[in-house]
Design a binder for this molecule. Sequence first.
Ligand SMILES: [Zn+2]
Length: 276
Amino acid sequence: MINKEKWWFEEKNDFKFIKFSHFEKYPEFNYFITTRLAGKSSGQLNSFNLGFQEYDNPENVIANRKSLAEYHNIQFESLIFLRQTHSNNIKIVDSSDKAKGLLSKADAIQDTDGYILTKPGICPVVMTADCVPIILFDPVKKIAGVFHAGWRGTLKLIAQKGLKIMKEDYNSDPLNILVSIGPSIGPCCYEIGNEVVDEVKKIFPDNFNELLIKKKNNKTHLDLWATNKLQLLQEGVNEKNIIICNECTYHNPETFFSYRYAKGITGRMGTGIFFK
Ligand SMILES: [Zn+2]
């Protein structure tokens, strides 16, 4: 399943980030998807925790965010953070949003789970630990988006909504859009309850069989990667322009933070986008 030609781990100075082949051609577009390696946090948040969790000292989080910016040659103050609520609210960010949520939770952009980016010099970041991080990039129009999609955001079609904004407000041709779907809890491990099963059937009446996996113990798993991919295909993205990283956070707790694996006491990984 894992195609190392399409994505790989970049490992340098103890850090480990995920890279996607289709973004390599565009040096003006910078991005990152972090892992849990090489930060300052300790214990169950060991070590590259980027979220202000009650279990971590804010100084560790700020130090980790500083080294993230430094590694990627991004000004620390350019980073922007959200107060995520599993919504499908999307913010079109500009330079007035610089440093929001950077030093404390209180001044983060509230009740929002994704961004559209059209300007250089700012780096919006979403946070995940089992939820799916999704990057959309249109190299022709120089527009990008980054979204946080757990089951709620996925079923609220946040990625599709972001794509529609790019199409309708910025004239993006979906055939030009490159999509990267990052690590999250995988179809192997993501058990869901009946109310979520019913919701998936309602939203995807023609395709739910591809998205829901019946397990022997009568439990059902949801494929969040396929569900996000499908909603982008439905709006005209070319399948060959979608790369799914296929790494399950729950299966690889030494590399990734997994909320479910750690029973809620865990750090957050960041996915950010930036135009130079
Ligand atoms: Zn798994």
